[in-house]
Design a protein around this ligand. Structure first.
Ligand code: ADE
Length: 220
């Protein structure tokens, strides 16, 4: 649910997310909140009580849109994207990928009337400690991360499981041909054909890179 569907339409219909939909692995519908506004100018925002600066998303279009969606399906989560939400991460992506139906409400302007958050939203999610102009990019990031772990969404099912963060380790480096590019060499071990030694190298690299770049992950 968004006030600027154009921001995410292209993204949702391209690449892995687009292909997952064509394969029937995921189904994504973008709802324009203006279509649900009863205002004759299709207004979705208004001035905040208390004389604060900025505009606030009104209850009515959001409430009516959610009601219309709930009339068609049951929803496991109604998520609001907001910088003060719970930090999105790989475990949350995995968990959400197991749900059947999810609504994501993209925040905009100064925020959304707090009563929506109190009465309708089941989960508030942030994609990081920075402020975006709107929740659309956050919704796109979350959708991407959720859909790509669905079985069949990416070619090699193994590869979603071996991603960085799936085991709280960063991924090992990868290389492709040629083995020597301008004198830049691929590690010999990868050319050795010793499967067990290569697996061992991969794990050592993952541990070393995590220690060096993200020691906080090792504590998890
Ligand atoms: N909306 C604005 N900033 C955001 C963030 N960091 N995460 C989620 N939604 C947002």
């Amino acid at each position: 649910m968004t006030v600027i569907p154009e921001l995410i339409e292209g993204f949702m219909n391209e690449s892995i997310i687009g292909r997952a939909q064509k394969k029937g692995i995921a189904e994504i519908h973008i709802h324009n909140l203006r279509d649900y506004s009863t205002d004759r100018h299709r207004k979705v925002d208004d001035y905040p009580f208390g004389g604060f600066a900025g505009m606030v998303m009104k209850c009515q279009p959001i409430d009516d849109c959610i009601a219309a969606l709930k009339a068609e399906r049951d929803y496991d989560e109604i998520i609001f994207t907001t910088p003060d939400g719970q930090q999105f991460d790989q475990p949350m992506a995995n968990e959400l990928s197991l749900k059947k139906n999810i609504i994501i409400l993209c925040g905009h302007y100064k925020g959304v009337d707090y009563r929506i958050r109190e009465h309708l939203i089941t989960k508030e999610v942030s994609i990081g400690d920075f402020v975006l102009t709107g929740g659309e990019l956050a919704a796109a990031c979350m959708t991407d991360a959720i859909v790509r772990v669905l079985p069949g969404a990416i070619g090699d099912e193994q590869s979603a499981l071996s991603d960085s963060f799936q085991d709280n380790l960063l991924a090992a480096p990868v290389y492709t041909r040629p083995a020597d590019y301008k004198g830049w060499q691929v590690p010999d071990i990868l050319l050795s054909g010793h499967e067990a030694k290569i697996k061992d190298w991969e794990l050592q690299q993952a541990i070393e890179r995590t220690q060096r770049l993200r020691p906080d992950l090792l504590k998890k």
